[in-house]
Design a protein around this ligand. Sequence first.
Ligand code: ZN
Length: 237
Amino acid sequence: MIFEDERYRQFGARCVFFDRESGVSNPPFDSLNVSYTVGDLALNVEKNLEIVKKQLNVSTIAMLNQIHSDNIIEYNGEVVDADGFFTDKKGVFLSIKFADCCPVIFMDVKNKIIASVHSGWKGAYLKISQKMLEKLYSLGSKSEDIIVTLGPHICENCYEVKDDVANLFDQKFIKFKDGKKFLSLSSSIIESLVEKGINMNNIVDLKICTYESKDFFSYRRDKLTGRNIGGVFLLDY
Ligand SMILES: [Zn+2]
């Protein structure tokens, strides 16, 4: 199944997130796993990517070698170590692999530039979403022309963190429950966006928790599991 932020359509783009169904991988990677590095058969991953490609009718699925960094690149056809990329090329699905981390999608609706970011707690701590905004601003984007989407990720009720992580964040992003600490990834990311001039009205959080929904891969829940795919592309018509 595909979860979509419909706002992008009017601007000639689509922002979509696939759940784990409709692929060919066997347990524990059942079934639409898109990661080559979790132990799944490469042939099945290839087949899954073909399924995604057909469903979206895109020419290319662009991927990053995600390393929980704040590296951002302009998409150039290569798979590089980074956690954010952008492009103005049509038909290129700027995809993020996720299983609890948050895919953050951007579009400058005026200049037709799209961008995707992978952000777990490390990305949030490094403020990679803010860095993506700075990159877009440097290209001439204006804050009022940018829409942002937070895709499925582990929610603040499920994302338990230890002190070493909790202490890195402003305590307003930490919830306490039964003597445990929980991080609100979305609040932290959203605040970093608002800090850099994005209007709250232009930010949508799909509010799907990968840990709670069995339809999504969740690393926290299942450990040995697959990765979901989501992202954004410009329609070529
Ligand atoms: Zn949750």
